[in-house]
Write a protein that binds this ligand. Sequence first.
Ligand code: GDP
Ligand code: GDP
Length: 436
Amino acid sequence: MAKKSIVAIVGRPNVGKSSLFNRIIREQKSIVEDIPGVTRDRIYGNAEWLTREFLVIDTGGITLADEIFAKEIKIQAEIAMQEADVIIFALNFKEGLTDQDHMIAKILYKTKKPIILVVNKYDKKGSDNDMFEFMSLGFGNPIMASSTHGIGIGDLLDAVVYQLPKVENTQKDDTPKIAIIGKPNVGKSSLVNSLVGEERMIVSDIAGTTLDSVDTQVQYNNKKYVLIDTAGIRKKGKIYDGIEKYSYLRSLGSISNADIVVLMIDGTQSITDQDTNIGGLAFTEHKPIIIAVNKWDLVKNKEKAILEKEEEIRSYFKYLQYAKIIFISAHDKIRIGKIYDAVDHINEMLKKTIKTSVFNEILNRAQLVNPAPDHNGGRLRIYYGSQVEAYLPTFVMFVNNPHYVHFSYKRFLENQIRLQFGFEGVPITLIFRERK
Ligand code: GDP
Ligand code: GDP
């Protein structure tokens, strides 16, 4: 899978960062039902322009309690410089340049990353002279824009896409890319160390686009795997490491570049919102997932505890029912190899194809046992369906009316498919099409 680039918007409060952000991601309303535990507080979104896909983050959403403005803005700018491939520096035309803008500029001068200047709230076109004041910052010609009126947004996106790192010639490489995610202190860097140390066969460190992200290739049972962003996981002690939203961003960057996600939780503690929020990212990004319950060496009465922990996980991560759960000790290197086994299993599931005749038998039986309920003024009838070619298992079903699909019935169908065919660890996509 191609690496997704990250674009960050920085700027002082009230210049219109979140309005620009919303314009850029064009509020792609989530099609999934509201998922408890998945953060609704949007500071990132997926965007697409001229067929390039990228992630946008609004650093203004990374706020710190009890911090003076100067420190907060400094951290926002640093996070942008650290995480993004391209930075949009937003200014406010109505107010002109302020001391705070100069302060941000001074921080951004330190980066070699492309900076795109956008002067927002330019609601009415004036003359070219309007740009001069802002050019004095030394970031070149600004793009004059109005997020409320939709002016200049296309130019802004053109400039962004122009500056995105070129897509590497995607030589077909099917080495699975694994992201290890989880809140601080669950044991991510211990796991990386154990996975890498397991066989001293580190082939190479692969430098990523951002300075900070280094991937590591490892080998296990003669098979290759890539661990994403190992440098970022190991590096500790940045002032903003403890900021919850920052750890989401960090995770998000890794997740979007991964084929498979390992979500780590601390087995000695109860599950928290921070765990479920990070897990939610893997779900909304449609990634195959393995849940690794770590520090299991510390748990007493393990057999009973496993059952209890599994139950806890299933109830907190309702939307990740398909995830495989593994109990490990990263520190003592216990059952570490199970992670590679699970990755291999997921890879097999991704290649699995279901015969159309068998699939339709399942559909017919499912409808016989449990006919769809009335929903949106009618009752769903599924005529036939089949698996279609896609990276993730995807099934198209031809129906009388897609509006009659209730999400609980969709879930029922998914469960029937999983009961029959497995697909452990991978998300399944069901598409309903009307057959006239
Ligand atoms: P942020 O704090 O930088 O994220 O700024 P917001 O996006 O929250 O916008 C701050 C205020 O400016 C809001 O009241 C917006 O409606 C307003 N605003 C944003 N963009 C424009 C614009 O292009 N023109 C005008 N006139 N107002 C805008
Ligand atoms: P990260 O912040 O998620 O990268 O977590 P670290 O790998 O830095 O681990 C946090 C703390 O938990 C460290 O003190 C580790 O030694 C400890 N730790 C990590 N894995 C295990 C484990 O499997 N068992 C035990 N007992 N401690 C662990």
